[in-house]
Design a protein around this ligand. Structure first.
Ligand SMILES: Cc1cc2nc3c(=O)[nH]c(=O)nc-3n(C[C@H](O)[C@H](O)[C@H](O)COP(=O)(O)OP(=O)(O)OC[C@H]3O[C@@H](n4cnc5c(N)ncnc54)[C@H](O)[C@@H]3O)c2cc1C
Length: 533
């Protein structure tokens, strides 16, 4: 058994930021299921929203966040996170993070942050590293973590399930004791124990057929926390990014909202601008509105995509500001300085998650959740662009302070090892791959951007059947990462569908044709799910 003072599951911005904060106080294990950099963080393009300019204010950032959140944000949480953003940005810079700067117009040659603008923001406030912000975040945080000998990385280790006192039949109040982890190289399940366990496992885009997320985003943290008895909230609010590159060979490549922030315009396949009639902010309206407008436009015309046009901007500006997007599109034969980009919406961000305080505490003592896996109340019914990296870095800091101040006694309970029983090697992996595809297509077709009760009920029945089959398979066979992730996407799919069925209104990202509008009785009301006892 491995014993540490802090167990961190995940090596994106949330997990690494937490690990760096607690590293001076004890031994830290970072368990991560692929290589350390592979995370949603690594693919973030647009940047981090924070108030750093004189023309901006905390009040304005709070207002924009609340407006995008469609009446469901917790204002106190929004205020705390927005207020603490600038201090956390300063720390990232101290750690070596390089944000893009520009020369201040005038004779002095001074430099300032080149602040970007994205949908729903009333001011330029997005700090970015050209269009590869996430890669720069990972680079800086991983370099800092590598310099701390008390942080140990376990790459290619996939956390299977949390170990709680309740689960192992211990006495005394429930708490989290550790985690079972599959070492993907050896195929062995190892036991890790610590008094503080942090879920920083990111989101669940892979629950949907089309997503901007990389393969790691299978909702493992939400599934593990739910199975361990923690509350999960607001899972119906899945954000679909309006502009994912449409190309048969491009696997989930995002075209950042910052491109629209710099003037790109959405057009129908035959070149007509369609956002003017939809929202006063046109192509820069909040994401839910843009994604629905594109969905409507595609359904109306039967087109496979719409167009995003930035060709009216100087080619040099486009290439310098968006080098990654320019190069990637060029690789697929699209020169974005000369022709519009074909785009479609795709599942992008999980606004709900494991219910936590702003300090990352869950219902299970000793278990924290931070970053995309958590539901703090910041995003409400719709995340404001670039607020997620902000939330992750602020809540990681707060969770670290809280964990260090915690008076939870050391774990004395013996943590039992994993029992594989009479499980044997699977003989037909086709069951796993078939069920993967079926769940993801079912969620795309029935639980997507526009929902109805009938579609949701249909999805519920299908997913329940698949879960029965997966469960039987799970107990009979030796675990593999594909099977474990399949079990998690099935559970997360169930939680999304159940939450959507429980909310009898259209609000933010939960758009249901059976309910025309938001119901004031449901404002400030979260959809909270617990595992039945
Ligand atoms: C293409 C794209 C662009 C984006 N652009 C922006 C942007 O510009 N601004 C913004 O604010 N947000 C953006 N987002 C969202 C943002 O990147 C994420 O919300 C944020 O990075 C999440 O950070 P995290 O640390 O919570 O999780 P992640 O960065 O996703 O890290 C999760 C970690 O957990 C590990 N993990 C998962 N499950 C397990 C398991 N069972 N066992 C062990 N390890 C596990 C993963 O391997 C990974 O290391 C973007 C997202 C995508 C996909």
């Amino acid at each position: 058994m491995h014993q540490f003072d802090f167990l961190v599951l995940g090596s994106g911005i949330a997990g690494l930021s937490f690990a760096l904060k607690v590293a001076p106080h004890g031994r830290v294990a970072i368990i991560t299921k692929k290589n350390s950099a592979e995370s949603n963080t690594n693919y973030a393009q647009g940047g981090i929203a924070a108030v750093t300019s004189k023309e901006d204010s905390v009040e304005m950032h709070v207002r924009d966040t609340l407006e995008a959140g469609a009446g469901l944000c917790r204002e106190a949480v929004v205020r705390t996170i927005v207020q603490e953003g600038p201090a956390r940005i300063a720390e990232l810079i101290e750690l070596g993070m390089k944000f893009t700067e520009r020369e201040v117009p005038g004779p002095n040659g001074l430099r300032e942050f080149d602040l970007g603008k994205e949908g729903g923001h009333s001011k330029r406030r997005i700090l970015h590293a050209r269009d590869m912000t996430g890669r720069e975040v990972e680079r800086a945080l991983l370099a800092a973590a590598a310099a701390r000998p008390c942080i140990r990385f376990f790459e290619n280790h996939l956390a299977i399930d949390l170990i709680t006192r309740q689960k192992v039949g211990g006495t005394g109040p429930n708490r989290c004791l550790g985690v079972y982890v599959l070492d993907k190289a050896s195929g062995q399940v190892e036991t890790f124990a610590a008094p503080v366990i942090v879920l920083a496992t990111g989101g669940c885009g892979k629950v949907y057929l089309y997503t901007t997320n990389p393969d790691i985003a299978t909702g493992d943290g939400v599934a593990m926390a739910y199975r361990a008895g923690a509350a999960v909230a607001n899972m119906e609010f899945v954000q679909f990014h309006p502009t994912c590159l449409y190309h048969p060979k491009a696997k989930s490549f995002l075209v950042s909202e910052a491109v629209r922030g710099e003037g790109a315009v959405l057009k129908s396949e035959n070149g007509v601008e369609f956002m003017d009639a939809v929202h006063p902010r046109k192509s820069l309206a909040p994401r839910d509105i843009v994604a629905r407008a594109i969905d409507y436009e595609m359904k109306k015309s039967g087109a496979d995509y719409v167009l995003l046009d930035i060709t009216h901007k100087p080619a040099r500006f486009i290439i310098e500001r968006f080098p990654n997007i320019y190069q990637t599109c060029l690789q697929y034969g699209i020169d974005i300085t000369k022709e519009p980009i074909p785009v479609v919406p795709a599942a992008h961000y999980q606004c709900g998650g494991v219910r936590t305080t702003v300090d990352g505490e869950t219902d299970v003592p000793g278990l924290y959740a931070i970053g995309e896996v958590a539901c703090t109340g910041l995003h409400g019914a719709n995340r404001l662009a670039s607020n997620s990296l902000l939330e992750a870095v602020v809540c990681a800091h707060r969770a670290a302070q809280r964990a260090l101040a915690s008076e939870l006694p050391p774990v004395e309970q013996k943590v039992p090892d994993w029992q594989s029983g009479s499980a044997h090697h699977p003989d037909e992996m086709v069951v796993v791959s078939h069920n993967w595809d079926e769940i993801r297509r079912c969620m795309w077709d029935y639980v997507g951007i526009v929902r109805t009760n009938k579609r949701l009920q249909r999805a519920r029945t299908r997913i329940a059947n698949l879960q029965q089959e997966i469960q039987a398979y799970y107990w009979d066979f030796i675990v593999t990462s594909d099977l474990l992730e399949l079990r998690n996407i099935a559970l997360v799919a169930e939680l999304i569908v159940t939450s959507a069925l429980q909310r009898p209104e259209s609000r933010g990202l939960n758009y249901n044709l059976d309910y025309a509008k938001p119901d004031p009785a449901w404002a400030q009301r979260d959809t909270v799910l617990h595992k039945p006892a």
